[in-house]
Write a protein that binds this ligand. Structure first.
Ligand SMILES: *Cc1c(COP(=O)(O)O)cnc(C)c1O
Length: 455
């Protein structure tokens, strides 16, 4: 007989009791800091020198590993919840959502099948229903939480294409039409499913309109199966003419997908919701709670008007899965391109259930108000110039007299000094600054400090 080797890694013994305290202390200290350190990247060679060999045969022990993270690795990462992180799309999870993310890890729930995850999946379904209601989606709509807008766009276009193929009883392919402000991930999705992407010229605000869409459809040489509209362009915050697009898609029998990964959260703001009129006619849309609905990474909600079409397109079949068939209509597995899935909608469910939708309305609206306040501050300066009136929470503005190199140099210095993360963007061929507000703890004083430093 061979002796059974028992590992000291598993089991809640004294060492792990002590580790629990270390970890919770770290979590609480990190969240208590207001603001957290902004921090920033270090060259690879610096990190290698600072950490030395981390992974050894005997291990260095959890306290030393945590110290490495705390002292070396974490400071080489930007805190994307910092109130002066105004680049790209920031994140600002509620404390409740972040704490519950720890619970999700500890609960070890397999999120793909009703058999294993019924309770958690039910909570996710209710949360998805809340999002569907914001968009005015019908009672039969369902969805799934995926890793991000990229996965959402790829999944939606895959389902749209499979649906088109089935209806036309064909294996040939057709094209996707995308609006002028569509996100880079739409190009990626078209590449992955190997379909041509047809562009539509913008209107004066950079939007996709029904009129331009109709013109392109009348003249393109391609057969078309889907149209991607954007509900809050990443670069400008501008929402496409969703009602006009919906009209044309209905006329032509085209799948309408709305990518509102960033902007869709604004539907939670009663003030901004009217901008999304027309989304209720879409076939699918994606919104990222990890952007502006205060959930931690990673969390995207993909909603389908007719979830049966997604199941028909994406369901996996195998002998070892047959036991799951009786609850197939409740398994999130068949609504995405995935199998094993973290129940990543639960942090949002917990925070939303705890705080209520009115708190979400107010916190999302705050981002819109901060953008409006920033626009007024920009207009009041001599050194800056507003490029367009913000629609959601993005503000585009010029620093008069600067070239691209000067924008970048300012941005690098601001990060080095721990002032802010504000990076230049390119819009209509011109380098300029862009603020994106999602963090309700950002203040007008933060905006003033940044604007002053641009003088
Ligand atoms: C951020 C964004 C995406 C990509 O989402 P990820 O969660 O980063 O994958 C797609 N579309 C739009 C409009 C976005 O703003």
């Amino acid at each position: 007989m061979t002796a059974m080797h028992t590992s000291s890694m598993h089991g809640f013994h004294a060492d792990n009791e002590r580790l629990a305290r270390l970890i919770f202390d770290y979590v609480v200290d990190r969240l208590r800091q207001a603001p957290p350190p902004l921090d920033g990247p270090r060259p690879l060679e610096d990190l290698a020198a600072a950490t030395g060999t981390m992974i050894t045969e005997q291990g260095i022990g959890p306290a030393a590993a945590l110290a490495l993270f705390n002292d070396v690795l974490a400071p080489a990462c930007i805190s994307s919840d910092h109130p002066r992180y105004l680049a790209f799309v920031p994140t600002a999870p509620t404390e409740a959502a972040t704490f519950f993310d720890l619970v999700v890890s500890a609960a070890n729930i397999y999120g793909d099948w009703w058999l294993e995850g019924a309770g958690a999946i039910y909570a996710e379904m209710q949360t998805l229903r809340w999002i569907a209601d914001l968009a005015g989606f019908p009672a039969g709509a369902e969805g799934v939480f995926l890793s991000g807008g990229t996965a959402g766009n790829l999944t939606a276009l895959t389902v749209a294409r499979q649906t088109w193929r089935r209806r036309h009883d064909t294996t040939r392919t057709a094209a996707v039409v995308a609006g002028p402000s569509s996100h880079s991930s739409v190009q990626l999705a078209a590449m992955v499913i190997d379909v041509p992407l047809v562009a539509v010229p913008p209107d004066a605000r950079g939007r996709l309109t029904g009129e331009h869409l109709r013109e392109v459809l009348d003249h393109t040489e391609h057969e078309v199966f889907a149209v991607v509209a954007t509900g809050g362009a990443t670069n400008t915050g501008v929402v496409d003419d969703l009602a006009g697009v919906a009209e044309v898609c209905a006329e032509r029998g085209l799948w309408m997908h709305v990518d509102c990964a960033y902007g869709g959260a604004a539907m939670a703001s009663s003030r901004a919701r009217p901008l999304f009129a027309g989304i209720e006619r879409a076939d699918s849309f994606v919104v990222d709670p990890h952007k502006w609905l205060f959930a931690p990474f990673d969390c995207a909600a993909l909603l389908y008007r007719e979830p049966g079409l997604a199941r028909a397109a994406l369901a996996q079949h195998a002998g070892y899965l047959e036991t799951l068939n009786p609850t197939a209509s409740l398994n999130p597995s068949d609504l995405g391109i995935h199998m094993t899935r973290r129940v990543r909608g639960l942090p949002l469910w917990f925070s939303l259930t705890a705080h209520g939708s009115a708190a979400y309305d107010a916190a999302v609206t705050r981002g819109i108000e901060l953008a409006a306040a920033a626009a007024r501050r920009v207009e009041a300066t001599d050194h800056l110039e507003l490029v367009m009136e913000p629609e959601l929470s993005v503000v585009l503005f010029r620093r008069r007299g600067w070239d691209a190199g000067q924008y970048q140099a300012w941005s690098d210095r601001a990060l080095d000094e721990g002032l802010a993360l504000v990076v230049p963007t390119v819009y209509a061929g011109e380098t300029m600054f862009r603020f994106c507000f999602v963090n309700p703890t950002t203040t007008v004083d933060d905006i003033d400090a940044i604007i002053l430093a641009m003088r």
